[in-house]
Write a new protein. Structure first.
Length: 173
């Protein structure tokens, strides 16, 4: 599994990838309206291209890149080779739009859409606020209706994010 570290997501994001029959799969979601979307172009369900600009892609754009992928060993090897070749010319490379897309030209990468996935990326204060106020409580609410009653005692807002955010604002990182 290849997971971006700045994500909040429901459990289904992982299980969907792990249970997908393809060895390599990129998880896509429906529209997030986050203003930071990475759109994914596919052909017959396979990865073709990614871009933050929808107009740079073809007509088959089934969803947004989430940042969760199941990567086979053979695809990982192609990604490493692609990165090594690219690094000979430049160190500026995005793993998803440059390396993963290039590797998908050599090894097929399935794209699986979960239209109603609950998730978000946290890149700035507004994303953090959205995660704390909307996404994380929604995930907890969903879990409380689908897991054993013992889990229902989980607090909807853990103390550590508020404390950590306060420390950062005070310059105590």
């Amino acid at each position: 599994m290849l997971l971006e570290s700045d994500l909040v997501y429901e459990r289904r994001a992982l299980t969907t990838c792990l249970e997908h029959p393809s060895d390599s799969v990129v998880l896509l979601a429906g529209s997030s309206n986050s203003s930071d979307e990475v759109f994914v172009e596919t052909r017959n369900g396979l990865l073709v291209a990614m871009s933050k600009n929808r107009e740079h892609l073809g007509h088959e754009i089934p969803g947004e890149f989430v940042g969760i992928c199941k990567i086979s060993r053979s695809l990982f090897t192609v990604m490493l080779d692609t990165a090594a070749k690219r690094f000979a010319a430049t160190r500026h490379m995005d793993y998803e739009t440059d390396c993963l897309v290039a590797a998908a030209r050599v090894k097929a990468v399935s794209c699986h859409v979960v239209e109603d996935l609950i998730w978000c990326e946290i890149d700035d204060e507004s994303h953090l606020a959205r995660a704390r106020e909307l996404i994380y409580p929604t995930i907890l609410e969903q879990q409380n209706t689908t897991v054993a009653p013992a889990r229902q005692g989980i607090r909807s807002r853990p103390a550590w994010p508020q404390r950590r955010l306060g420390e950062q604002r005070a310059g105590l990182q």
